[in-house]
Design a protein around this ligand. Structure first.
Ligand SMILES: Nc1ncnc2c1ncn2[C@@H]1O[C@H](COP(=O)(O)OP(=O)(O)OP(=O)(O)O)[C@@H](O)[C@H]1O
Length: 595
């Protein structure tokens, strides 16, 4: 590979002064119209600087904070470049977008497909994942797509299996994107990327997009880039306190590890945080423990982790984004309790999970880069294991300059990592910057009022109950995933009919736990809860499904697992979004959404 000769960092601040539009960036009218249909009319700062440079054919390394619109920053000029390429039969794609996880691959694929559709251009995009059988790869690539979205591991496999010929790549490849470049190497893809680099032609334009800077990005730059422009948004730059978007308010709560369930219950039950809420745990068992615990108080949530089949994971993300449930518990390391006990690392899932009974997915990434829609609050029930992990978690709220908040529950054992995170963000005790102040809305009294109930219920969520629920959930999801796979390929909209926040325990929550009696609430908490509700109301409709434009239907629906018909598909297409309920015995039934 050619050596990297970096151009001086581009000064973005000076360009910020005059208001830029997509037109002034030189973007094709078809793309602008497509964006307008998506209600996007103004470029974000990273788009303002990256798009013209990429259109000029420059190699670009762009670093901008989470949720700042990096995907369109490269996709728009990439598509425009393909619009103008001479139409000739090419045996390999003209553009390859490499991402670290399957979820991201799906997300990027969806974005490109939608832009292509809206622009009405005859471009083809395919997505390859390692779970697809090799013949499917051949079929997908035989359609001669212009764009390939995949992970580095898949590209390497394509090369070694002869599905992609090095000579074809050399002839065809015009643009290569490494999205979430700061994460690619930590997912263990270095060898895979090295297998591709000798085949990247000199003329190929290379783009590296990342949210944080790291040695890994530097390594990739050396490996891939020829002559790059380095773009760093000024508000990210070296000013670490602004790695987190300004529109996200960060808080912390000091509590013992034992009290974490009590605290999260207090936050949710007393309605002191804005929905939707994304809660992070470090182990899958903890995720299930929390789900079971909240369930006893009538709080429904869904879990998302690397153990679930891919179809289920993608569907959980879709449903959460569509606003069909408010609480999602995500485990963002593939470290299960068992593996922790074995001392296995979660950093390189590709190597570590081979012998697990149900293999956790090496290409799973719930946090990194996923565009969660309308998450108002991120809660760290467990603290992440690194400052970068914190940045990526918190970055799931405050997307595209919407507002958000994060609350970290920090036990004494986690104080060291909390201090490390604060110093990474530039929080300096000496200058009283206090970037992460204590969460002001939860009083000691409010917590104590729930302690007795919470501790009682927490005791009932035993290790065995967690293990059984985890196994049950996995069985259900595998069953769903396999049964539904073929059906959903034909009727993708039927996915809407499945729900993932079903209760795991057989008993319905006891009424005294479901509703917090008024006498338990102090005046401060009532006031705080009212303020949160008012703020929520001021932000728009409080019915999540309505917020996303789905109409309720009054007609009763059937369990989609038992009613695979084309009818169901038509119903969904006509706009009926239904919600599945569950009775106390764990049986599915359909019910109308309560408003
Ligand atoms: N110009 C724009 N105006 C309004 N919204 C935008 C604009 N560009 C992108 N978005 C929206 O902003 C959200 C975040 O964009 P994107 O996922 O590209 O962020 P990102 O910078 O890649 O974040 P991360 O580093 O977390 O992956 C998306 O929902 C996207 O549709």
């Amino acid at each position: 590979m050619a050596e990297t000769t970096e151009k001086p960092p581009k000064d973005i601040e000076s360009e910020d002064e005059e208001e830029q539009t997509f037109e002034s960036l030189g973007l094709d009218g078809r793309l602008i119209r497509a964006l307008n249909k998506k209600k996007i009319d103004k470029p974000t700062p990273i788009q303002q600087v990256a798009i013209p440079l990429i259109l000029q054919g420059k190699d670009v390394v762009a670093r901008a904070k989470t949720g700042s619109g990096k995907t369109f920053a490269y996709l728009l000029p990439l598509l425009q470049k393909l619009f103008t390429l001479e139409p000739k039969k090419k045996l390999a794609p003209s553009a390859i977008v490499l991402v670290p996880t399957r979820e991201l691959s799906q997300q990027v694929y969806t974005e490109v497909s939608s832009l292509i559709e809206l622009c009405r251009v005859p471009l083809k995009v395919v997505q390859l994942t390692s779970s697809m059988p090799a013949p499917d790869w051949r079929t997908a690539l035989a359609a001669l797509p212009e764009i390939l979205v995949t992970t580095p591991a898949c590209v390497k496999k394509c090369l070694s299996d002869g599905v992609l010929q090095p000579t074809s790549i050399d002839e065809s490849l015009e643009i290569l994107v490494l999205d979430e470049a700061d994460l690619l190497l930590s997912y263990g893809y270095e060898g895979d990327i090295k297998a591709l680099t000798p085949h990247i032609p000199k003329r190929c334009q290379c783009l590296l997009m990342s949210a944080t800077s790291s040695d890994d990005v530097e390594k990739l730059k050396k490996l891939i880039l020829h002559n790059s422009y380095i773009l760093t948004l000024p508000e990210v730059g070296d000013i670490k306190d602004e790695v987190i978007p300004k529109n996200v308010q960060q808080f912390w709560i000091s509590c013992s590890a034992r009290d974490k369930l009590l605290y999260i219950l207090s936050l949710l039950k007393l309605e002191l945080v804005q929905k939707k809420v994304l809660i992070f745990t470090n182990t899958i068992d903890m995720g299930f423990r929390l789900k079971l615990f909240l369930e006893k108080f009538g709080i429904r949530s869904a879990v998302l982790n690397s153990e679930l089949p891919q179809n289920s994971r993608l569907h959980i993300l879709e449903e959460f984004n569509a606003g069909l449930f408010d609480y999602l518990i995500a485990t963002d390391t593939s470290k299960s309790k068992e593996n922790e006990d074995n001392g296995e690392s979660s950093i390189e899932p590709k190597k570590s999970k081979k012998h697990a009974k149900h293999k956790a997915d090496s290409e799973f990434g719930v946090v990194r880069g996923i565009d969660f829609k309308n998450v108002h609050t991120v809660v760290n029930l467990d603290m992440p294991q690194s400052a970068e992990g914190y940045v990526h978690r918190i970055g799931r709220t405050g997307r595209a300059y919407s507002t958000g908040a994060s609350i970290s529950l920090v036990s004494p054992d986690e104080m060291a990592i909390f201090e490390e995170i604060k110093s990474f963000l530039g929080d300096d005790e000496k200058d009283d910057s206090n970037l992460i102040p204590p969460f002001p809305l939860l009083t000691k009294n409010a917590v104590e009022s729930l302690r007795y109930r919470a501790e009682d219920v927490a005791k009932s969520v035993t290790k065995i109950a967690v293990r059984e629920s985890r196994a049950q959930d996995l069985r259900n999801e595998i069953l769903n995933s396999e049964k539904l796979k073929a059906h959903f390929e034909v009727n993708p909209r039927d996915l809407d009919l499945l729900k993932h926040d079903k209760a795991l325990s057989k008993k319905p929550p006891a009424p005294h736990l479901r509703d917090v009696p008024d006498y338990l609430l102090d005046a401060t908490t009532k006031e705080a809860s009212k303020t949160v509700k008012l703020a929520r109301a001021a932000m728009g409709n409080t019915n999540p499904a309505c917020r996303h434009g789905f109409k309720r239907k009054s007609k009763k629906n059937k369990d989609p697992l038992k009613t695979f018909t084309a009818e169901g598909h038509k119903r969904a297409r006509r706009g009926g979004m239904k919600q599945e309920g569950k009775d106390g015995n764990g049986n599915h039934r359909q019910k109308k959404r309560k408003t």
